[in-house]
Design a protein around this ligand. Structure first.
Ligand SMILES: Nc1ncnc2c1ncn2[C@@H]1O[C@H](COP(=O)(O)OP(=O)(O)OP(=O)(O)O)[C@@H](O)[C@H]1O
Ligand SMILES: [Mg+2]
Length: 240
């Protein structure tokens, strides 16, 4: 469902963040990208949904090449989850979830939080999926880190994406909350058949929750294996 060919991204600073990445993800797969800080994980995810302009290569979603014209549709089909949650603190949980329905062209509406009854019901359903209905009307800054990330997930799934891009979704959480968030992603992956591409630092979490692990080092893929085939040498390669 996602195919990346010879992707290159250079930053103006001179950094070659991605040096020709090829990656194919099948529908319904849960793939983790494992790599040290600065290896290009975030840049890779941001290139897929157009948050970064790419310098070279091609990306296909559902066999269609992503270009300026297809990008808005790609953004509708793609949800994103962030390390720092990116919630609006002074808004209620439900309004944060509803912002997941907005695209850049409806920013105007977002100023007034004018949503239909149907959309509010969808937001409540998303909150139910992440088991946070009881906090629907709490302010986002009254929630714990794990709860905030659950809101982040609800915001990403409200638009029923085909693909979920998670950029180190558990980096700010303790082990217990991390496992809860990863299980939730796995549940969403299985129940809704949403394909997941997840950047991680932790080998254990990648091994426990993903079908396939891709190693990234200095902007290049070093291994791409199904989880059961990952060995110590693969890991040592990226964390030497
Ligand atoms: N906006 C930017 N301007 C210039 N250089 C950038 C920018 N964003 C990232 N880089 C550089 O590109 C490289 C890859 O960065 P990226 O954020 O993709 O790494 P990462 O694997 O996500 O790291 P981390 O695990 O720390 O999040 C790094 O060398 C980084 O300094
Ligand atoms: Mg990153």
């Amino acid at each position: 469902m996602l195919e990346i060919k010879s992707l290159r991204k250079n930053f103006k600073s001179g950094t070659e963040a991605l040096k020709g990445v090829d990656l194919k993800i099948n529908k319904g797969e849960f793939v983790s990208i494992l790599g040290p800080s600065g290896s290009g994980k975030t840049t890779l995810l941001r290139s897929i949904n157009g948050l970064e302009n790419i310098d070279n290569g091609e990306i296909f979603l559902d066999n269609k090449k992503i270009d300026r014209i297809y990008l808005p549709e790609v953004q509708k089909k793609t949800g994103m989850i962030f390390q720092e949650f990116n919630l609006v603190n002074n808004l209620s949980t439900i309004n944060n979830v509803l912002t997941g329905l907005l695209n850049s062209s409806s920013k105007f509406l977002s100023m007034f939080y004018l949503f239909t009854r149907e959309q509010k019901l969808e937001a409540l359903q998303s909150l139910e999926t992440v088991d946070l209905l009881d906090k629907a009307y709490s302010r986002a800054d009254e929630l714990s880190g794990g709860q905030r990330q659950r809101v982040g997930i609800a915001r990403a799934i409200i638009k029923k994406p085909l693909l979920l891009l998670a950029d180190e979704p558990v980096a700010s959480l303790d082990p217990k909350a991390s496992n809860l968030i990863m299980s939730l992603l796995k549940k969403i992956n299985k129940e809704f058949n949403i394909t997941i591409l997840c950047n991680l630092h932790q080998i254990e979490l990648a091994t426990q929750y993903s079908d396939r692990i891709v190693g990234l080092l200095d902007g290049a893929i070093t291994f791409d294996e199904s989880t059961q085939n990952i060995n110590k040498a693969n890991i040592n390669e990226i964390y030497k």
